[in-house]
Design a protein around this ligand. Structure first.
Ligand SMILES: Cc1cc2nc3c(=O)[nH]c(=O)nc-3n(C[C@H](O)[C@H](O)[C@H](O)COP(=O)(O)OP(=O)(O)OC[C@H]3O[C@@H](n4cnc5c(N)ncnc54)[C@H](O)[C@@H]3O)c2cc1C
Length: 445
């Protein structure tokens, strides 16, 4: 038994934790009866990969095949996105979709069906999976794809590890001409301006905004819009970049050695931490060439930044509301959040494109995400926010959740009931896939 938590350090539990190197070893582990869940790299924020018995997938991390003509890669599910980038960026390939951290596994990317800054153009990660092998609770292996065992494929994408252990997956990388991003940053004075900015960004592959949650009144929603494209050879006017198109300087991540003591965690220290990011941006519109790490993964540069929230831990409240409810809905919810003063200084805003999948989080609309240290007041606020999100026809992201109740899940995920039935059927037998989250929100008993 050992202590284990996901990224928010809430909850922290004692669990029987073990890994596997081969499918035979995994089969043996699944022969033991009881409940079990896969754990990728623990970058979900809450309890989605927590359970009394946890199977770590990180040692199952081989690259299996690559087709240089099409970019088709097959790898085991414990491979990190960062490991793929390290091997393939120098060869001119990039991930089709990436979240705001590269320290997640392929299994975690599929199980949460993660989204990136290009959702409006390229959809979520699951939409790029051509096929995968999954080990079921009885140790059998199912190969599935959008056309083969399609129902099983459908419930596994965004299925939070409840249909089985993803063993490997095949998907296509996309061709790039450099390791750099042509980035444009623009300040927006308020929510209307930033939403106009998103509406006008359909031609950009990547777009995201950081909202300053201290701004109130007419300045509510004051933000920085960041848009980007993979830099082409001609974009790289500076000789320095041209000579080494696929090389970027490696910096050691700056570490946070210990948990911040709780007394260090006050609104000021937390806000100062976020403030540094926001104020890097100068007023007006600016074009820069930046390396892919600074564009996609600014937080990865600070190792273990989650420790800044101290022992009590934190959670991220991420919701999406449909586009029709967008302006009014976002204004109402954001106003409530900024009035509370409980969340992080920065919130991340993004406009999703259409999504047609069974259990995935995205829907055409606006998504907002921000961190909250765990507190009684924050928990009460979340209840209020949940009601607003549900009324606007939105939902919460399971990968960030540690506290939603079963009623909220049921109300906001249209396929919740069918998903529960399918998982119950797949879980028949003495070994069952279940997480603390799946029990809390009523997917598994
Ligand atoms: C700084 C930061 C930024 C983030 N930004 C984004 C973002 O922009 N967009 C976004 O979508 N997400 C984002 N996330 C969330 C993160 O991408 C997801 O939570 C992802 O699922 C984490 O993957 P993991 O490998 O760490 O898996 P874990 O957190 O360990 O597990 C997540 C889920 O995947 C399941 N799982 C893991 N491996 C397997 C497997 N082999 N087979 C079956 N199930 C499996 C687990 O059971 C669990 O349900 C961010 C997280 C952090 C910390």
């Amino acid at each position: 038994m050992r202590k284990i938590a996901d990224w928010g350090n809430y909850p922290v539990i004692e669990a029987d934790v073990s890994g596997f190197d081969t499918t035979a070893q995994l089969q043996q582990k699944l022969e033991q009866p009881g409940e079990v869940i896969a754990f990728g790299n623990g970058r979900s924020y809450g309890d989605a990969s927590l359970q009394n018995k946890i199977l770590l997938t990180r040692r199952f991390n081989k690259l299996l095949s690559f087709d240089d003509a099409t970019g088709e890669l097959c790898c085991q599910a414990g491979v990190l996105l960062s490991e793929i980038l390290e091997v393939f960026v120098p060869r001119g390939w990039f991930l089709p979709v990436t979240p705001g951290t590269k320290l997640i596994t392929i299994g975690g990317a599929i199980a949460a069906d993660v989204h990136g800054k290009n959702h409006h153009v390229d959809g979520s990660f699951g939409q790029h999976i051509r096929s995968m092998d999954i080990m079921r609770n009885d140790g059998s292996v199912v190969t599935c794809s959008p056309t083969q065992n399609a129902d099983f494929f459908k419930v596994t994408i965004g299925g939070m590890g409840l249909s089985g252990i993803i063993l490997n997956a095949t998907f296509r990388l996309k061709k790039i001409e450099s390791a750099y991003i042509r980035q444009e940053t623009t300040r927006a004075a308020n929510l209307d301006e930033i939403m106009d900015g998103f509406e006008a960004s359909n031609d950009w592959t990547y777009s995201v905004a950081w909202i300053d949650c201290l701004a109130k009144g007419d300045a509510l929603g004051r933000s920085v819009l960041m848009r980007g494209e993979h830099a082409t050879e001609t974009d790289l006017v500076e000789q320095l970049h041209k000579n080494a198109r696929f090389k970027i300087k490696k910096g050691l991540p700056l570490g946070i050695p210990i948990n911040f003591p709780d007394f260090a965690l006050n609104p000021l220290s937390m806000k100062a931490f976020n403030f540094a990011y926001y104020n890097k941006t100068r007023p007006g519109t600016h074009q820069d060439i930046v390396n892919y790490n600074s564009f996609f993964y600014p937080l990865d540069a600070i190792a273990d930044w989650n420790r800044i929230y101290g022992k009590r831990g934190f959670t991220q409240y991420q919701f999406v509301i449909p586009k029709e409810a967008g302006r009014e809905g976002m204004r109402t919810i954001l106003k409530r959040i900024t009035e509370s003063g409980l969340g992080s200084f920065l919130a991340v805003l993004k406009l999703f494109g259409e999504q047609d999948s069974f259990m995935s989080f995205p829907m055409a609309g606006y998504t907002l995400a921000l961190d909250f240290p765990i507190s009684v007041k924050a928990m009460a606020l979340f209840k209020e926010l949940d009601a607003m999100v549900a009324d606007y026809g939105g939902r919460l992201y399971l990968a960030k959740d540690s506290r939603m109740d079963a009623a909220m899940f049921e109300k906001t995920y249209p396929n919740a009931d069918e998903f529960r039935q399918v998982i119950a059927m797949l879980n028949e037998g003495s070994t069952r896939f279940a997480s603390l989250q799946s029990k809390r929100i009523g997917i598994t008993g």
